[in-house]
Write a protein of this length. Structure first.
Lengths: 233, 217
């Protein structure tokens, strides 16, 4: 075995880099959140535009794919414990009186997108149209990805900042964002805002949704659940 | 020197090293291209099948580690291991070369210049970090949210740094064709070796160099 002369600087550099990576993973969201806040406060916007991890949307899916449905094929079903169940086409939904919300989107994994412009129909309006029966105290949402589900209590669903959204930042909601139609529950963590909304069912008790069965809080108020203390949205 | 340089060539990289390099290059290109699709969120619009992009990214990434492990096994990886040992060790001249950003003409370099050494070590370390953080992202159900966020952040930063590094590596390779020929055909010209890598040339040809030095004296 021959030994090259000189110092083993290569090995030190190698171990230093691998150590840096390990520390970055181990500190979890601390460094990530610190950098994100720094990047978003940078008035020039260079930090977020040039360097990675500066925030912005991250696209999640639980099936490994973004399901896609053309607006022309889209149907929203409202049923369950209601007097008049109904189905809306995309055009019928977008013809209803719109509600605009200019609010942040906070993910439970730490990232936050500031001042997102949402447009949609108040969920309360759809519930009034269907006529909720007295025993209907909660809602169950399903996604046309075939897997994801969500839940809300009737009181939560009737808030003025909970909408069935079809526009995001003035554009139709794209497939990766959960379009053509998704839920937006402004005061709660992002996982409550179910993507690729397929059906709304009025039920008599809260049925935990996909992530709630996996340990996430059911009442997912931003800053007051999931062991997190984010600023409210 | 009155006599013209002999038109001989010096063996620089063995066939195994070259195969290992180009397999690595192809796998890195695939992993980097698919990684960029996720980074810019265009996996959906360009290629309809996001699940396919994901599979290609994950498998090309793990193949980088697997291919390197195969290339370095004791039975045939001797030349590669010897070069890794060269990359590890830094001579005083290496440090002087780096301090002068390659402009100090009096340094005598070995087989690799310090830039090549830094590149090789960074790419190797980044491959380990990206594979580790990528494994956490892939098997994310087994990890806490906090760990997943950390892995995601580290993966983004190292992926970004790999793009910069590889871009620089390719640009520099095309600026020195003789060096590039060492990695394609396996040999470099004797004059290139004597001029750019004198310490390595002396190592490979002890007799000739001694003779030349005697003649100079």
């Amino acid at each position: 075995m021959t030994h090259e002369p000189g110092s083993p600087i290569g090995r030190r550099f190698f171990l230093g880099l691998v150590g840096l990576g390990a520390v970055g993973v181990a500190t979890g969201s601390t460094i990530s959140n610190w950098w994100q806040q720094l990047a978003q406060r940078d008035p020039t916007g260079i930090s977020a535009a040039v360097f990675p991890g500066g925030g912005g949307w991250r696209f999640y899916t639980v099936t490994g794919d973004y399901p896609s449905r053309a607006p022309g094929d889209y149907r929203l079903r409202v049923s369950g414990l209601v007097d008049t169940p109904f189905t809306l086409t995309y055009d019928e939904l977008t013809a209803l009186p719109p509600t605009k919300l200019d609010r942040d989107f906070q993910c439970v994994t730490g990232w936050r997108v500031l001042g997102v412009k949402w447009r949609g129909v108040r969920l309360a309006d759809l519930l009034d149209r269907a006529g909720v029966r007295p025993e209907g105290t909660a809602l169950r949402f399903t996604s046309f990805d075939g897997v994801y589900t969500e839940s809300l209590t009737m009181d939560q669903a009737r808030r003025r900042d909970v909408i069935v959204a079809y526009k995001l930042d003035r554009k139709p909601i794209s497939s990766d964002h959960g379009g053509p139609v998704r839920l937006y529950v402004a005061p709660m963590y992002g996982y409550k805002s179910i993507k690729w909304l397929d059906a709304i069912e009025v039920v008599d008790r809260v049925i935990p949704g996909y992530w709630e069965e996996r340990g996430y809080s059911i009442d997912a108020w931003v800053g007051r659940s999931n062991g997190r203390n984010d600023e409210s949205t | 020197m009155n006599q013209p340089e002999p038109a001989t060539r010096v063996a620089r990289f063995t066939k195994l090293e070259r195969i290992a390099h180009w397999v690595n290059a192809v796998l890195f290109t695939i992993a980097m291209a698919t990684g960029a699709m996720f980074y810019f969120g265009i996996g959906q619009s360009l290629l309809a099948d996001r699940a396919l992009v994901r599979v290609v990214h994950v498998y090309s990434g793990f193949a980088i580690i697997a291919a390197f492990a195969v290339a370095i096994v004791p039975r045939w990886g001797r030349s590669l291991r010897r070069d890794l040992s060269r990359i590890n060790r830094w001579s005083r001249d290496d440090v002087r070369w780096l301090r002068s950003l390659g402009r100090n003409p009096s340094v005598r370099l070995g087989k690799f210049n310090p830039g090549q050494k830094l590149n090789a070590v960074f790419v190797g370390a980044a491959a380990i970090v990206l594979a580790g953080s990528g494994a956490i992202m892939y098997w994310n159900q087994s990890f806490s949210t906090d760990t997943r966020v950390g892995a995601d952040f580290v993966h983004q930063w190292f992926g970004w740094l790999i793009w910069i590094t590889v871009f620089g590596h390719v640009v520099l390779a095309f600026r020195d064709f003789e060096s590039l020929r060492g990695m394609t055909g396996g040999t470099v010209s004797t004059s290139w070796a004597r001029h750019h890598r004198p310490r390595w040339y002396a190592e490979e040809h002890p007799a000739t160099t001694e003779g030349a030095e005697l003649a100079d004296a």
